[in-house]
Design a protein around this ligand. Structure first.
Ligand code: FNR
Length: 375
């Protein structure tokens, strides 16, 4: 099997990367408590995977308001910034590169995660009916609870949201991150502004496509002004229908956002495909249109194998591919692709929460070989 292109170097914005096998953003819910702070265990986990061309970090909340699941890390306190700085230091020492994914969940939250038990916020006061939020209850037990009905953000509050993103990006760059990824996918706040069913606003942030895109582009512009557009990536999932997203203009919106990001010369556009989780597949016509609309680095993610990824890059529809579950189970995924070796199987029961088990104990090819030599 040839993975020549997939394993070749690439420049993304101002960052040189060793290969096009990126690690997808993966929530693992192992931040230390209280305070949602990245730990040495988190650093060890990422370092094990530092041969990825680019690690994209797990989604990281920009504020307490932006949190929708317990135990996920933040980037809005000094302690969180220091925790991330330690993670990045170890990745850089290992020769790796890492982007921080900035996250505000919007309505995908529960009052138990919000300051003073307030309602979560969203473009409009519409609840995500079939969506759960992972919380630690007052008695200390964990539970997946229904999301709470959100409160619609006032127009006057939106500059504050943009400021939270900008402050988070500033902290991320101070912590040493190579790139910033703005999470505008998977039905979270920025996606809730983009989609027709979740955004029923009548101000300048709702209605037509230009208005629904306004908040995302304000965030992109503010972060670009802070850190440089060549350090900014954006993740979109136009075809995503989980978390009660029903966008009547999904593809038109995806292409419009791509054009706008192209004008702004952001470093990369990352498309999350979610047919593996029940959303419709991304049509080939859309991939071609997207390639035309966005001339920067384009990456896709979702159920890829090395062969499928190589074919997509060879066909010039993508520049790189991100791998999620394969990277959970195979810290040395790049070596395995290089050698065309078998892959470990991921264990979904240890995806979210817990300790080193199912996190830093997946075997590498080398560890298996060493054991064989000892035997
Ligand atoms: C995810 N995914 C995800 N996406 C995202 O943008 N931010 C995140 O924090 C997470 N967290 C997350 C956790 C876990 C355990 C899974 C399985 C998935 C989606 C992920 O980035 C990717 O799009 C999917 O996993 C599909 O890619 P693979 O796994 O088929 O390569």
């Amino acid at each position: 099997m040839s993975t020549k292109k997939l394993l070749s170097p690439i420049r993304v914005g101002s960052t040189q990367l060793a290969n096009r096998v990126f690690m997808a953003p993966l929530t693992r819910s192992r931040a230390s408590q209280p305070g949602d702070i990245p730990t040495q265990l988190n650093a060890d986990y990422y370092v094990q995977r530092s041969t990825a061309g680019l690690i994209i970090s797990e989604a990281t909340q920009i504020s307490q308001q932006g949190q929708g699941y317990a135990l996920t890390p933040g980037i809005y306190t000094d302690a969180q910034e220091a925790g991330w700085k330690n993670v990045v230091k170890h990745i850089h020492a290992a020769g790796g590169r890492i982007a921080l994914q900035l996250w505000h969940v919007g309505r995908v939250s529960n009052r138990l995660l919000q300051a003073d038990g307030q309602a979560p916020v969203a473009p409009s006061a519409i609840r995500a009916e079939n969506t759960k939020s992972f919380v630690i209850q007052p008695d200390g037990t964990a539970a997946n609870l229904p999301t709470d009905t959100p409160r619609a953000l006032e127009t006057s509050e939106l500059p504050g949201i943009v400021a939270d993103y900008t402050q988070a990006a500033r902290r991320a760059i101070r912590a040493g991150f190579d790139l910033i990824e703005i999470h505008a996918a998977n039905g979270y706040l920025l996606h809730q502004f983009l989609a027709t069913n979740t955004n029923q606003r009548t101000d300048a942030y709702g209605g037509n496509k230009e208005n629904r895109t306004r908040l995302l582009l304000e965030v992109v512009d503010a972060i670009s002004a802070e850190v440089g557009a060549d350090k900014v990536g954006v993740r979109l999932s136009p075809h995503f229908t989980l978390h009660d997203i029903q966008d009547a203009e999904a593809e038109a919106m995806g292409l419009y956002v791509a054009e706008q990001l192209n004008i702004r010369k952001v470093a990369y556009l990352h498309i999350a495909e979610s047919d593996w989780a029940g959303s419709p597949a991304v049509p080939i016509e859309f991939r071609h249109a997207l390639r035309k609309a966005f001339t920067g680095t384009l990456l896709y993610c979702g159920n890829y194998t090395a062969v499928k990824a190589e074919a997509l890059i060879q066909s010039n529809l993508a520049d790189a591919v991100a791998f999620g579950r394969p990277f959970i189970a195979n810290p040395d995924l790049v070596a395995r692709f290089t050698l065309d070796a078998d892959l470990n199987t991921p264990d979904p029961s240890t995806f979210y929460g817990g300790d080193a088990r199912g996190y830093t104990d997946y075997p590498t090819l080398k560890s298996v070989r060493d054991l064989a030599v000892q035997a």
